[in-house]
Write a protein that binds this ligand. Structure first.
Ligand SMILES: [Zn+2]
Length: 473
């Protein structure tokens, strides 16, 4: 035994002395679900199976690890510190992008890939200057510096960007570092800035550097009408088409709106965005079938959001996840629709909007209308109907007062009605939430292909970034 060990050690030492290294992956796909902890993935898994779509591809990747998500200064991380850890391999403070707590710049795995001569793509369903994508190309102490982050995007020289916009900060003349409209700067740096879905999908290999910008802010939730924008799957497929070549590529693709839906404790919307992300993972899996020896696929989340639970006190041990199929739009879009109706007709009554609740959330007001066993699970109690009526009255009062709610993520005060309908459907389904914010639950990372065996066990989130960087060096 000892002899075998010695021979092995000698062989390793000889190989290292001769500069022999195992070849790393040539093609890397890194998928990050924002706010996608283990429960988001497992609720989507259960929903997908029970609704006949089969298991999720992301959960079936053969190697798994759990990752602790604490940042340098908080047990509960924000997206910036989490993305910095996974992109750059170091824990920093909440709010920081690509810099240590002392402001020292840290190289990201995307920058390592670029330096090595690989092509690089960054894709998201939220704004491209949002914390998760930004940690791969930007170096800023404050994630809120949208204009400056966009300057870093242009300076990165990465080959492919696709996703939402730069808020209203793309031409922020008030910024002391103002250098011009960021889209003009990108064009001057050789980017084709593509603003429409059609021309984007028509791009062919050889298009040069591309920045696809499809909205001012994030794209729509998958559950809502998102036909004006490319899906995450379409953006990843286009990225593969444009980045594929002899140098290989690194592509980070974020399902960014999972976090928004989970902040709103909106289970159906969360699930649909996880499944939309899984469709994009399938594009990577199909690519890996063609390049099995040199492709690495990694799917992870930056943190859990909402304290999502599979089981709710009101439904006991019953869990009817398939009932979420009755929800037809996000809480946010339902709220906008109701508020739009109230602005036109302030005299709108609760009676007149009840059919909309049934149509969009499946909830049934009158037990005699319940035809199937599933219907009977969705019949509202008198107390629940009163809750909905009170919530509707609150929305009526809100719209009358024309209050403006600008606090990020805190939309609950202005959408009591939609939020109550969504919560009641969740209760009847058996979905529970413990928070409207991030939690410290670990996230799950799954991997497949070249180097995937490095992602096992219980890791820190920075290990994900470190191991990726090691594989690409
Ligand atoms: Zn996040």
């Amino acid at each position: 035994m000892q002899t075998t060990k010695k021979i092995w050690a000698l062989a390793v030492a000889t190989a290292l002395a001769a500069g022999v290294q195992a070849a790393g992956p040539k093609y890397v796909f890194m998928f990050i679900g924002d706010g996608m902890g283990m429960p988001q993935r497992m609720v989507a898994e259960d929903y997908s199976r029970r609704s006949g779509r089969g298991p999720l591809a992301m959960n079936a990747l053969p190697y798994q690890c759990l990752t602790r998500t604490a940042s340098a200064n908080a047990l509960i991380t924000d997206s910036a510190a989490a993305a910095t850890a996974m992109a750059c391999g170091e824990k920093s403070n909440n709010g920081a992008l690509g810099v240590m707590p002392d402001g020292r710049r840290i190289e990201s795995v995307a920058e390592v890939a670029k330096r090595k001569g690989m092509k690089v793509g960054i894709v998201t369903t939220v704004t491209i200057v949002h914390a998760t994508p930004a940690a791969f190309y930007a170096h800023r102490k404050n994630r809120g510096e949208s204009y400056r982050i966009a300057l870093d995007l242009v300076a990165s020289g990465f080959d492919f960007f696709a996703g939402g916009g730069v808020y209203n900060k793309y031409d922020d003349k008030k910024d002391s570092q103002y250098r011009g409209n960021v889209f003009d700067l990108a064009r001057a740096a050789g980017y084709a800035v593509v603003r429409e879905k059609g021309p984007f999908l028509a791009l062919k290999p050889g298009a040069g550097k591309v920045w696809g910008v499809f909205a001012d802010e994030g794209l729509e939730f998958d559950i809502d009408d998102h036909s004006a924008y490319p899906t995450l799957k379409e953006m990843v497929a286009k990225g593969v088409e444009l980045l594929d070549g002899p140098q290989g590529f690194f592509m980070m693709a974020e399902g960014g709106k999972v976090d928004y839906a989970a902040h709103a404790n909106d289970a159906a919307t969360t699930i649909k965005d996880v499944i939309a992300m899984d469709d994009a993972v399938k594009v990577a899996c199909a690519f890996a079938e063609r390049h099995p020896d040199d492709t690495l696929i990694l799917v992870t989340g930056d943190h859990e959001t909402g304290g999502l639970a599979m089981g709710f006190v009101g439904t006991g041990s019953k869990f009817h996840i398939h009932l979420l199929e009755r929800q037809k739009c996000s809480t946010e879009s339902f709220m906008k629709r109701i508020h739009g109706m109230l602005e036109k007709d302030p005299g709108l009554t609760f009676e007149s909007v009840k059919p909309l609740v049934t149509e969009n959330f499946g909830l049934i007001f009158d037990a005699s209308a319940a035809k199937t066993a599933d219907d009977r699970l969705l019949v509202l109690s008198k107390a629940e109907i009163k809750e909905l009526a009170d919530a509707f009255a609150a929305d009526v009062a809100f719209v009358k007062a024309k209050k403006q709610e600008t606090r990020k993520h805190d939309v609950r005060r202005r959408q009591k009605f939609a939020a109550t309908a969504k919560r009641l459907l969740g209760n009847h389904t058996g979905v529970g939430w413990s928070s409207g914010s991030h939690t410290a639950m670990p996230t799950m990372t799954n991997a497949r292909g070249c180097g995937a065996e490095r992602f096992i066990g219980l890791l820190e989130n920075y290990d994900v970034g470190r191991r990726l960087k090691e594989l690409l060096r």
